[in-house]
Design a protein around this ligand. Structure first.
Ligand SMILES: O=P(O)(O)OC[C@H]1O[C@H](OP(=O)(O)OP(=O)(O)O)[C@H](O)[C@@H]1O
Ligand SMILES: Nc1ncnc2[nH]cnc12
Length: 172
């Protein structure tokens, strides 16, 4: 199956100069979605993963499905102010200004083997922040898995300490 047939490219969204890769059609197509989840699962099964971590929002879509398929738990990493109770926060720099990610305190035991699943790797800033957050809590971050990788935006270099899996690649 060629997953690119199910990814729409919308130029200048959400701002001018961005070539947006839209996974809506892929998620709506049962065969393409099933294939995607099975391919990610196949790669991640090489590690002994205990939890899949999904960054809000598109990481929830793919991450929870991969976790279900693998028979492991799913833990969300959310944008600021969305999770109730005690959270661990991590502030990181974006292209402009700062952003903050949060995860529930005591979400897993120290040393837990985890993988992060998201739809897309671009600059790698989001997944780097999530990785740093998880490592600060004692997680063993075994892999980062994406449906799409934008190869010229530096995400792989920024996250070179962790194994990176991606199913389809575009330059930007
Ligand atoms: O590698 P990066 O440059 O950090 O970009 C990739 C991130 O950007 C998108 O999420 P976005 O922050 O747009 O949030 P959304 O899923 O809520 O739309 C995408 O789903 C990744 O999480
Ligand atoms: N080009 C892009 N398409 C879709 N999601 C993105 N997140 C960051 N860059 C993106």
């Amino acid at each position: 199956m060629n997953l690119k047939d199910y990814i729409d490219i919308i130029e200048d969204f959400p701002t001018e100069g961005i070539s947006f890769k839209d996974i809506t059609k892929l998620a709506a197509n049962n065969e393409a979605f099933d294939y995607t989840i099975e391919e990610l699962k196949k790669e991640l099964e090489k590690e002994e993963i205990e939890y899949i971590i999904g960054p809000e929002a598109r990481g929830f879509l793919f991450g929870s499905a991969v976790a279900y398929a693998m028979g492991v738990g799913f833990i969300p990493v959310r944008k600021e102010g969305k999770l109730p109770g005690e959270v661990i926060s991590y502030t990181y720099k974006k292209e402009y200004g700062e952003d903050r990610l949060e995860i529930k305190k005591n979400a897993f035991k120290e040393g837990a083997k985890v993988a992060i699943v998201d739809d897309l790797l671009a600059t790698g800033g989001t997944v780097k922040a999530a990785t740093d957050l998880l490592k600060s809590m004692g997680a063993d971050v075994r892999a980062l898995a994406f449906v799409i990788e934008l190869t010229e935006l530096g995400g792989r270099e920024l996250n070179k300490d962790v194994d990176i899996i991606s199913l389809v690649k575009y330059p930007y």
